[in-house]
Design a protein around this ligand. Structure first.
Ligand code: GDP
Ligand code: MG
Length: 424
């Protein structure tokens, strides 16, 4: 069984929590895109762990974890992430962790360029995570990057770096006026942090094809949500990679294989980090109360997230883009404080109703159409069956299911592993 777990909205849908729950049924967990620009916290009996680069299955000894072709890897960050997990008693060996030889290394100068550009933009800045993700993906498509597999032939590294460093200094020194970067520093960095993973680097295509031949269950884990996809999201307020399920086999290393299912993680309301159009945004008291109830503050930064009601137009687009075969609805319990639940049921542009999620100027200027649905206004965090939910909560779930046109398979009513309802 090949299953992708993907975000339907703007990210922070609770993917970490659902992947942690569902990955128990899988032999292999694969990350297929992105770098350490997002992450999630997984809480289990061994403690509380933050994963930025490592696939979520890393916390279980018997699961094999793969960092795929489509990833960009800051090996220094990975080094420290692995170290922290080991301190927490998690075993990480080449048996548990396989890193694609085709994955791209996110170098210190990518981070530097990210920071220099944000500083140049000053008050017009973009809200980059400053982890070098946009620069490293740009260089990948420029075909001027170091891949994990290059670490296996260190004799060519210096020559490769000489060409790249000369080219990068055209921008870093001549453009931004920063001190030039040095080949020796980059080489030392690769030796110190990259070489630590020498024994983990392999042809993940070969490994995954073998796993499929042995009928293993494989889960593909995505970062962020459909609306942050580089092509289909709210460009340019997107991530720099493809996070949609269709990309999962490519980014993992098995481009010829097809997924059996894509489970979309969808939140019972909306949240959005940073700049960009967010039509359903709620302001003032309504927004503050929802943010508070949902704990919608950046995991790393503590920055308050923008929040809104469930967005029918954006979510329907997310479901379509992800090709979701079923959904996991998360954080339904967060809405329990409300007597009436505001839902964004449509958008208008220049006074006309839009039937599809727009992009560009239309999206910038779209206005939300809000309706109130009846709330249940009581604690539902102990409910473990659909029948146990209050009528209004059942109706809310059914409303979402119908509005986006995809069956809801799981309903999450709390952050704890067992706080969910399985529908089928
Ligand atoms: P991700 O980026 O999609 O993995 O999501 P985040 O981890 O950034 O945000 C999800 C947060 O909500 C985490 O702190 C989870 O523990 C919490 N969470 C997940 N599902 C639920 C839920 O159903 N109810 C409540 N109350 N919290 C949840
Ligand atoms: Mg998150």
């Amino acid at each position: 069984m090949l299953t992708a777990i993907v975000g339907i909205n703007w990210g922070d849908e609770g993917k970490g929590r659902m992947v942690d729950l569902l990955s128990q049924q899988y032999d292999v967990v694969v990350r297929y895109q992105g770098g350490n620009n997002a992450g999630h916290t997984v809480v289990n009996e061994r403690g509380r762990f933050i994963l930025n680069l490592l696939p979520s299955g890393i916390l279980r000894d018997e699961t094999v974890n793969v960092m795929g072709v489509g990833m960009v890897i800051d090996v220094e960050h990975l080094f420290h992430e692995v170290e922290r997990l080991r301190e927490g008693g998690i075993a990480i060996t080449p048996k548990h962790l396989k890193i694609s030889d085709k994955a791209t290394i996110c170098m210190p100068y990518h981070k530097l360029l990210d920071i220099l550009e944000e500083e140049r933009l000053a008050d017009k800045k973009f809200g980059s995570t400053r982890r070098g993700i946009a620069p490293v993906y740009a260089d990948k498509y420029y075909k001027k990057s170091i891949r994990m597999g290059d670490l296996l032939t260190p004799e060519i590294l210096r020559e490769k770096l000489e060409g790249i460093v000369e080219w990068k200094n055209l921008t870093i020194a001549n453009g931004y006026g920063h001190e030039p970067i040095k080949v020796d520093d980059m080489l030392d960095w690769l030796m110190q942090y990259g070489m630590a993973f020498k024994d983990y680097i392999c042809d993940t295509t070969e490994y995954l094809n073998e796993a499929i031949a042995e009928d293993k269950n494989i889960m593909f884990e995505a970062q962020l949500g459909a609306l942050r996809d580089i092509d289909y999201g709210i460009f340019p307020y997107t991530s720099s990679s493809s996070n949609i399920s269709a990309y999962a086999p490519l980014g993992a290393g098995i481009p010829g294989k097809k997924l059996d299912q894509a489970i979309g993680i969808i939140k019972a309301y909306s949240s959005c980090v940073g700049e960009g159009p967010f039509t359903c945004e709620l302001f003032g008291e309504a927004g503050d109360a929802l943010r508070e109830a949902g704990g919608e503050y950046g995991a790393a930064t503590g920055r308050p997230r923008r929040v809104g009601g469930f967005d029918v137009i954006a979510s329907r687009y997310g479901v379509e883009t992800q090709g979701a075969t079923s959904l996991a609805l998360t954080k339904l319990d967060v809405l329990s404080y409300l007597k009436e639940i505001p839902v964004c049921v449509g958008y208008t542009y220049n006074g006309e109703a839009l039937s599809r999620f727009p992009l560009g100027l239309k999206l910038q200027e779209a206005k939300p159409v809000y309706e109130n649905l009846p709330g249940w206004n009581c604690d539902i965090s102990g409910c473990r069956s659909f029948d146990a939910l209050p009528r209004e909560a059942q109706d809310y779930v059914k409303f979402i299911e119908e509005a986006v046109g995809c069956p809801i398979q799981y309903i999450s009513v709390g952050a704890e592993r067992d706080a969910y309802i399985q529908m089928f």
